[in-house]
Design a protein around this ligand. Structure first.
Ligand SMILES: O=C(O)CCC(=O)N[C@@H](CCC(=O)O)C(=O)O
Ligand SMILES: [Zn+2]
Length: 336
């Protein structure tokens, strides 16, 4: 039986904006619960209470389609029994109107609206959805057995190409250590570069890390392309690693993170006004080194100048809204 019929599957149903005829059903291996548009919870019948609780989100930016396709294919395999499920998961397809129109966002970048920031943009269509996604994450983790590890992988692709093709962003954490087992798993997923954020942010991964106690990551898995135009062969590492983790085989007792490239955020380049100018061409890739003394960007009363020769640029984007981050200057780091 296909619970999403006449839609093909969960993604198809979500893009069509339909509600399934049944919102809760069983397969021989699991219970599925459709919790709302783009929200699907799967619980294995034979759950070990100490097993991980994993939130998998994607489509927070509607044009970042490769991870949406990958996650949908994993869901299909869990539902049809081709892939065993060992842990309770919540799947979130984030910005559905933006996915339908192939855009990063409709009114406002959703990944700047979490941790309460939605209250400051009440007119943006994304504000209500960000509040819903916070609530979905909080309810999912609140219902987890005490002591079960909590994870959140927020899957993205980036606007620009990248010197290091795949990378993770580790939200700023308070009074916790960076989780080496998680880093080793990322390495096994071919994600060998990690940016350690240095301050709180209004992103979904910061929200679940800070408010839900999850080991949370924003994963940048390649370059953003429209549905159907992704070279899925470039995403086999994360596909394999997620499948292993969900079926209970992903953890390593002796985490090895040797050879991983670690960076930390030094400061944000902020677009303060319409006068903002970025002195980096459109084809400059993420992680490009910034020579000492180079003017990276200028705005009214501020010049951003590279210092020391070890700095690199991440997410340069002069088209962001005023007041938002137009790039991050990063530098090499080591673990605490
Ligand atoms: O390619 C870009 O310029 C942006 C890619 C992207 O969406 N990145 C995330 C990173 C989130 C974080 O800093 O944790 C974002 O900008 O929301
Ligand atoms: Zn994104």
């Amino acid at each position: 039986m296909n619970p999403f019929a006449p839609a093909r599957d969960f993604l198809d149903l979500t893009l069509q904006g339909h509600t399934p005829q049944q919102t809760s059903w069983h397969t021989p291996a699991l219970q599925a619960q459709w919790l709302g548009h783009g929200l699907l919870q799967l619980t294995p019948h034979a759950a070990n209470p100490q097993q991980e609780q994993i939130l998998l989100s994607t489509g927070i930016h509607g044009n970042e389609t490769a991870p949406i396709e990958i996650l949908n294919s994993i869901i299909n395999d869990l539902l049809n029994g081709a892939l065993p499920l060992a842990c309770r998961i919540l799947v979130v397809l984030g910005n559905i109107p933006a996915m339908q129109s192939g855009k990063r966002f409709v009114d406002y970048d959703m990944n700047r609206l979490f941790d309460g920031a939605h209250a400051k943009q009440p007119d943006a269509s994304e504000a209500r959805r960000a509040a819903e996604l916070e609530q979905a994450a909080s309810a999912f983790f609140a219902a987890a057995p005490a002591g079960a590890p909590r994870r959140h992988y927020d899957l993205h692709t980036a606007i620009r190409g990248s010197v290091f093709e795949r990378f993770a962003i580790y939200p700023f954490i308070h009074e916790r250590q960076h989780n080496r087992e998680q880093l080793a798993w990322l390495r096994a997923a071919d994600v060998e570069t990690v940016l350690l954020h240095s301050k709180p942010a209004a992103t979904y991964s910061y929200y679940t890390s800070e408010r839900c106690g999850a080991d949370a990551f924003t994963l940048e898995l390649g370059k953003a392309r429209p549905f159907g135009q992704n070279e899925l062969a470039r995403f086999t590492g994360i596909d394999r690693a997620l499948r292993e983790r969900l079926s209970g085989h992903g953890t390593t007792a002796t985490p090895d993170i040797s050879g991983m490239r670690l960076f930390k955020a030094k400061y944000d380049i902020v677009k303060h006004s319409g006068e903002f100018v970025l002195h980096l061409a459109d084809d400059v890739e993420n992680f490009t080194a910034l020579p000492h003394g180079m003017t990276i960007a200028e705005d009214v009363e501020v010049r951003y100048v590279a210092d020391g020769g070890e700095e690199r640029i991440l997410f340069p984007n002069p088209k962001v809204g005023i007041g938002l981050r137009a790039g991050i200057v990063i530098e090499p780091a080591s673990l605490d």
